[in-house]
Write a protein of this length. Structure first.
Length: 148
């Protein structure tokens, strides 16, 4: 397992790091995000989507559960699926939204916020990103990336 860590000190830096990370992704990647409310997961995801050529407004799909963004890039990634599983009541709900079919889409990137709510359903071959806020400085973030 390969691990990488970075500290950011503003939402803009978290966004920029998301852009940098997004340029290294490949079609078929699944990224599982972990972090509390307001940790910066969506800001990081906004950077990823921009780097993959999405022109759409990126917002957390808290109530919709999933947003889909079309992409134009040279990486072969045509779509980003952005899940927010915060309000998921049971893993059975994943079947209703086509989660497993989307996980099989090798031309897309899948970004999953609140991954702990679907942990048993995540593919084994994934990237995990842990974002933590500093207890001393509210803007500071510790971002750890694990390649499984």
């Amino acid at each position: 397992m390969k691990t990488f860590s970075k500290e950011t000190s503003s939402p803009e830096q978290t966004f920029s790091f998301g852009k940098e990370f997004g340029m290294k992704l490949e079609a078929g990647n699944t990224i599982a995000f972990f972090g509390g409310l307001g940790a910066g997961k969506t800001e990081f995801i906004k950077g990823i989507c921009l780097s993959l050529g999405s022109k759409q407004m990126v917002t957390s799909p808290t109530f919709a559960i999933i947003n889909q963004y079309d992409c134009v890039n040279t990486l072969g990634i045509k779509t980003v699926y952005h899940f927010d599983l915060y309000r998921l009541k049971s893993e059975e709900e994943l079947f209703d939204i086509g989660f497993h079919e989307i996980m099989d889409d090798d031309s897309s990137v899948k970004l999953i916020e609140w991954s702990e709510n679907s942990f048993k359903q995540l593919p084994k071959d994934r990237i995990e990103i842990y974002i933590k806020t500093s207890i001393h400085e509210s803007e500071n973030r510790s971002i750890e990336i694990k390649y499984l």
